[in-house]
Design a protein around this ligand. Structure first.
Ligand code: KIV
Length: 268
């Protein structure tokens, strides 16, 4: 099967085909997702919570990301592989970000690196992209800033924060980001940003109008022992096995039936 590249993903946005993405952290699940036909696999730093049992993503290191990414890369032959840059691996300076991204690509097999943050990160995005490293940006609920945000809360409900997120999205696109993850933002805001940007938006708790969707694998399989966020759905319910659940997720995203209103947030 032809590998999915960033050009494939851009073309999918252009023709209105929804983009599917799930997280994975190991070889077996990555192979299963790839076989089921997922478009993108993300090695999220959510592994700090769902694989390592921490309360946040903050303790995750570049070495952890390289290890899991390398395992996932062995299982993926078609899907595009996106890997998170963990907390404190890119915030210090563009040069520091470059060194971390280099490790994720050379040792971890990442094809795109993802980092969190708006305007303050634009210079770093430009620096990486200018040196041949594709970047996925991440706005809205940015879990590495959980303490600054005062918890895992919906972002952009008020006009001022919504406008900031909208402006940041444009700045990150201008800086060269290839993709934008929008997490836990009102559907109306995600719809506006998706229409304004040329690059694809990938939503998680951002409503049905994003160009694509991503979920944490453990949440959509219903195997994370702590409560899952409202925006997630257990796709194991009503399906025979894990591969069937993944295929049901892919079909639901492609048809636009997931996320439904019960998985979405609204502006005040
Ligand atoms: O860490 C992660 O898994 C993520 C996504 C779910 C967007 O950032």
């Amino acid at each position: 099967m032809k590998p999915v590249t960033l050009s494939t993903i851009r073309e999918m946005k252009r023709r209105g085909e929804k983009i599917t993405c799930l997280t994975a952290y190991d070889y077996s699940f990555a192979s299963l997702l790839d076989r089921a036909g997922i478009d993108m696999v993300m090695v999220g730093d959510s592994l700090g919570m769902v694989m390592q049992g921490h309360d946040s993503t903050l303790p995750v290191s570049v070495a952890d990301m390289v290890y899991h990414s390398r395992c996932v890369a062995r299982g993926v032959s078609r899907a595009l592989l996106i890997v998170d840059m963990p907390f404190m691996s890119y915030q210090q300076s563009p040069q520091h970000a470059m060194a971390s991204a280099g490790r994720l690509m050379q040792k971890g097999g990442a094809q795109v690196v993802k980092l969190e943050g708006g305007e303050p990160m634009a210079e770093t995005v430009r620096f990486l992209v200018g040196r041949g490293i594709p970047v996925c940006a991440h706005l809205g609920l940015t879990p590495q800033s959980v303490h600054q945000l005062g918890g895992y809360r919906v972002q952009g409900r008020e006009t001022t924060t919504a406008e900031r997120i909208r402006r940041d999205a444009k700045l990150l696109q201008e800086a060269g980001a290839s993709l934008l993850v929008l997490e836990a933002v009102p559907s109306e805001l995600a719809k506006t940003i998706t229409a304004e940007l040329e690059i694809p938006t990938i939503g998680i708790g951002a409503g049905k109008d994003c160009d694509g969707q991503v979920l944490v694998l453990q949440d959509m399989l219903g195997i994370y022992p702590r409560p899952s966020p409202k925006f997630s759905k257990n796709f194991m319910q009503g399906t025979a096995d894990i591969e069937a659940a993944v295929k049901a997720y892919i079909a639901a995203v492609k048809s636009g039936s997931f996320p439904g209103p019960e998985h979405s947030f609204h502006s005040v």
